[in-house]
Design a binder for this molecule. Structure first.
Ligand code: ACM
Ligand code: ZN
Length: 667
């Protein structure tokens, strides 16, 4: 059964758990706990099923990474987090203790790391991961921070250990170290800014500094592995540094990639000399992999495949399956995420062993891990929301060799009750209705909409008059036929309660729906939104730049004419525009003008509206609703003015601005 396997026997007389080690017994107990019925108000007596289970994990590394640099969580919450991991039979907690925006682990030899490096100034209109600046004082109102003392860490290690969880500390190097290099600027390259965040690879003092830190880390953490980061290192500063130049010459390193490889190899030797093993993100492959390094493959599976096929241990954590900061739903109410979509089912399909790893090298894949980066996550409810139920899916992906989505999703129904009992704030995105199809029937002048939820477990109810759906609303039975302009709202209901968000689609089948659009300016082919019908197809883009429904105009205005097909009485224009300064070049238009015409030749301006610049960094949708006197028209010309260049406070200032528009309605 291995170290972590167990046998669980339950009959009418006894519960018997057998295992080769305490670890296995612990997992047997977790399984037993899962059998306790969730629907009791009183647990003095209850029934559990009679079973014989023989079970063991598919992988020895079943990990979760938590980033406490971008947002800090206090010791007491880390323990609760560990409880959640243990309940899901996770055995490895990768603790991302340092990054550019905060240093969270006390180091006796370098007290500034936490005295200063753990406290940042929170700046208005800046995302929390942007531009570390030391806080003026720990008590000023714009200060954010916190750190773990050595006693805190010992306590947490002990707590995790009694739940059979190993903690792997991560100390980032040579990049992602702005907080540290602000405190100790002597370890950056000559000429670089104090908070450059990249250690100088030519300065031997840098290595002594990092080795001294690692000495304390190694003394504290009993884990076999020490994670040194190694990801996303900008190389310009090394290229311009005389000491780094000398290092390259002396060590015969061809370029900065080889210099990075030198850096990691040198740390690997040091860590090995202390009887520990180094792990790094897959960029440590660049320029040549250190002899005994273990690779954590995040940019995709390629790094892991390459490392395993060359005989290195690997932990698979590819961004497209394992990143829990990505969105798990397709709804405007989803909290601000990072990157794209990584829903529950996607996590479930994660297979830590890619086909391209040769059979004889599969033993090098130690397992898999999901990562929870916290740029956007400050509150514990939000953390739990991002974690569950995707953690249940990840847990199966690393424990179970015989996955079955149908079994899993039906078991989740009970798991939701367990989460409820334990008070966890899990996500119901997998129960939020989404659009499966939306077809316009121009002959019958109607619209047919099909909905689905990822789990497909609970009934959907909907309204067409804009009211909130309840269980007395229409029961969704496979399609919705719309024959008049309608505001659709739909939600799933479980055990008489709404679960997940409401899907909201306003102005379906409006006067533009059956029209045609001709363009005065051209949309960008890469952001076509689906082409000439994109703006009036009743498929609404959500507040994410990667939503294929947005139609994008680079530097140019969005100018187009909607032919309503026939003369109609109209009084209202409505459209959604997108902006996301934090990670795109998409800006709201500065002005939207509406002209109408009866014949398509002479147009009259009926309304225009100036839109003030909004420096808010996160993604949002601005709904522009313009009303005008009711009048007859067949053609509606729209001009949404592009600001053309990104403003001076934009991260990409001076670059071309884009206008993203989707779903125009005319009433
Ligand atoms: C990473 O996501 N930069 C490891
Ligand atoms: Zn240097």
């Amino acid at each position: 059964m291995g170290k972590e396997g167990y046998k669980l026997n339950i009959n009418s007389n006894e519960v018997n758990i057998t295992a080769a080690s305490e670890n296995g017994l612990f997992y047997g107990i977790q399984t037993l706990l899962q059998m306790i019925p969730t629907n009791q108000s009183d647990y003095k007596t209850f029934e559990i099923p009679s079973v014989e289970i023989i079970d063991k994990p598919a992988f020895s590394w079943r990990g979760i990474m938590l980033d406490v640099s971008r947002h800090y969580q206090p010791k007491e919450y880390i323990k609760q987090f560990i409880d959640i991991l243990a309940f899901h039979k996770i055995n490895t907690f990768h603790w991302h203790l340092t990054d550019g925006i905060g240093w969270r682990i006390e180091i006796d030899q370098y007290p500034l790391l936490t005295e200063k490096g753990a406290f940042r100034k929170v700046k208005e209109n800046k995302n929390p991961w942007q531009e570390f600046e030391l806080a003026a004082s720990k008590t000023s109102p714009d200060t954010y921070g916190g750190f773990y003392t050595k006693d805190d860490i010992k306590e947490i290690i002990e707590y995790a250990s009694s739940r059979y969880i190993t903690i792997i500390p991560e100390i980032e190097m040579p990049g992602h170290s702005e907080a540290a290099t602000f405190c100790y600027p002597q370890y950056i390259c000559k000429g670089a800014k104090p908070g450059s965040g990249i250690y100088c690879a030519g300065n031997d003092e840098t290595f002594i500094f990092l080795q001294n830190i690692l000495d304390e880390v190694i003394e504290l953490f009993p884990s076999q592995y020490i994670h040194i980061g190694g990801d996303e290192v900008g190389k310009e500063q090394w290229a311009n540094c005389p000491k780094c130049g000398e290092r390259k010459k002396k060590e015969k390193l061809a370029d900065e990639h080889e210099l990075q490889s030198y850096f990691i190899k040198r740390m690997e030797k040091y860590i090995s000399s202390k009887g520990k093993k180094l792990i790094g993100w897959d960029e440590i492959l660049e320029g040549g992999l250190a002899e005994n390094a273990t690779v954590m493959s995040w940019t995709g599976q390629e790094g892991g495949i390459k490392a395993a096929n060359s005989g290195h241990d690997v932990i698979m954590s590819p961004i497209d399956y394992c990143y829990l900061d990505h969105y798990q739903g397709y709804n405007n109410n989803e909290p601000q995420g990072w990157g794209g979509y990584n829903g529950l089912k996607r996590v479930y399909t994660f297979n830590p062993i890619p086909e391209a790893v040769m059979p004889e090298n599969r033993k090098y894949i130690l397992g898999g891990q999901a990562n929870l980066w916290t740029e956007n996550i400050s509150k514990t409810e939000h953390l739990e929301y991002m974690l569950m139920p995707r953690l249940a899916a990840l847990s199966e992906a690393v424990w179970n060799n015989e996955k079955d989505w149908n079994r899993f999703k039906n078991n989740l129904d009970v798991q939701f009750d367990r989460y409820n009992k334990m008070g966890y704030n899990y996500s119901n995105s997998s129960n939020t209705p989404m659009i499966k199809s939306c077809n316009i029937d121009s002959i019958n002048q109607s619209l047919s909409i099909e909905l689905y939820t990822e789990l497909d477990l609970y009934p959907i109810y909907y309204t067409l008059d804009g009211s909130e759906p309840t269980m007395s609303s229409n029961l969704y039975d496979g399609s919705i036929n719309i024959t008049n302009t309608s505001d659709l709202k739909a939600a799933a209901f479980r055990k008489n309660k709404q679960v997940g968000y409401i899907l909201e689609l306003p102005n379906l089948l409006n006067k533009a729906t059956l029209g045609t659009v001709s363009y005065i300016t051209s949309f960008n082919e890469k952001y076509s939104g689906g082409g000439a019908t994109a703006l009036i197809d009743n498929k609404f883009a959500i507040k994410r730049g990667d939503d294929k429904n947005w139609q994008g105009f680079e530097k140019e205005n969005a100018e187009f004419i909607i032919d309503l097909g026939q003369e109609q009485e109209i009084h209202e224009f409505n459209a959604n525009f997108f902006q996301h300064i934090g990670s795109t070049s998409v800006m709201l238009p500065s002005k939207v003008s509406i002209y109408t015409s009866l014949n398509g030749n002479e147009y009259t301006l009926v309304k225009d509206d100036c839109i003030a610049y909004n420096p808010f960094p996160d993604a949002f949708i601005e709904n522009i609703n313009l009303t005008f006197d009711k009048h007859k028209a067949r053609f509606v010309k729209v001009i949404a003015v592009n600001t053309q260049t990104l403003p001076s406070d934009h991260p990409r200032k001076g670059a071309n601005a884009w206008v993203f528009i989707d779903e125009v309605s005319i009433n």
